[in-house]
Design a protein around this ligand. Structure first.
Ligand code: AMP
Ligand code: MN
Ligand code: MN
Ligand code: MN
Length: 281
């Protein structure tokens, strides 16, 4: 079985519509796909409707990737198998979406002051009906030839401590875990090796995540060295967390592909062991 539990659509900073993402997942022979947009579940209904019309079977897992702040780090908590229509959850997501919009306005102000023009309007147009993210600002700057790459946009303007950085007002890690648990889902600490923190800090994060009621560690994601994979698997075992895996797919032709090289090591217990048989039935 090919299982990919982390992917984005145009409802956040992904390039594909839910229909296109599902189609691509079929072409990549994916059997289980979780939709995990940043702070929104808006892609799920469309993806499910489209899947229902297809001949090829594929399980769609409703998910989300919640933005949180922890000691100045942007930490991402993925929620899997959530009751995405839960009214309280929907209301809570709205709070994050408001924080996103407010931050986007402030980023726009800073870019304007830096002499880059009205980047907010372009970024908002690129985001369309989806959540506006820094990735949209990066794309807007790239399209107007004000930076040479998306990476440069983050390095010069949008990254932590840079000219147009605005400290986000995200919820805490514990709140994100609570929201996911209240919506009946499994909380996953996303891409733990990507936070640019020491092993000591990462262990602290994992301990707090676990104490808050977190379920799983994303043990496999693209771009990991064999040593890092081993380290993350060891953390899952040591802290008695389940293990998740996902491509964090955003767009075709970038650094990751749906469903590719995502097998979990045999030493860990998969996060879906609790719910997949029930979903597939
Ligand atoms: P936000 O959630 O609005 O802060 O936007 C963060 C998103 O921007 C991430 O989910 C990534 O998709 C993207 N991103 C973050 N850092 C970089 C980078 N250095 N280069 C390109 N994309 C990035
Ligand atoms: Mn993203
Ligand atoms: Mn993330
Ligand atoms: Mn992601």
């Amino acid at each position: 079985m090919k299982i990919d539990l982390h992917a984005h659509t145009c409802y956040s900073d992904g390039a594909l519509t839910p229909e296109e993402l599902v189609m691509r997942a079929h072409n990549q022979q994916v059997d289980v796909l979780a939709l995990t947009d940043h702070d929104t579940v808006d892609a799920i209904a469309e993806a499910q409707q489209y899947q229902a019309q297809q001949k090829r079977a594929m399980t769609i897992v409703p998910g989300v990737e919640l933005s949180t702040s922890w000691h100045g780090f942007d930490i991402h908590i993925v929620g899997l198998n959530i009751d995405w229509q839960d009214p309280l959850f929907t209301e809570r997501l709205q709070q994050q979406q408001n924080a996103r919009e407010e931050r986007a306005r402030l980023i726009g102000d800073k870019l304007e002051k830096a002499g880059l023009g009205n980047v907010y309007d372009v970024a908002a147009r690129l985001a369309g009906k989806g959540q506006i993210t820094r990735a949209h600002f990066a794309r807007a700057l790239l399209e107007s030839n004000q930076v040479s790459s998306l990476e440069t946009a983050f390095r010069k303007y949008l990254g932590k401590g840079k000219r147009a950085h605005v400290s986000p007002r995200w919820i805490s890690v514990a709140e994100a875990v609570q929201w996911i648990n209240d919506a009946g889902g499994s909380a996953v600490l996303a891409h733990p090796g990507r936070y640019d923190m020491t092993a000591k800090w990462l262990r602290r994060l994992i301990v707090e995540f676990k104490q808050a009621g977190g379920h799983a560690l994303e043990v496999i994601y693209p771009g990991m060295s064999p040593a890092l994979k081993k380290q993350m698997a060891n953390y899952a075992i040591e802290y008695e967390l389940l293990a998740s895996t996902g491509s964090d797919f955003h767009a075709p032709g970038r650094w990751s592909e749906l469903g590719r090289h995502l097998a979990l090591p045999e030493t860990v217990k998969p996060v879906w062991s609790d719910w997949l048989s029930e979903l597939a039935a």
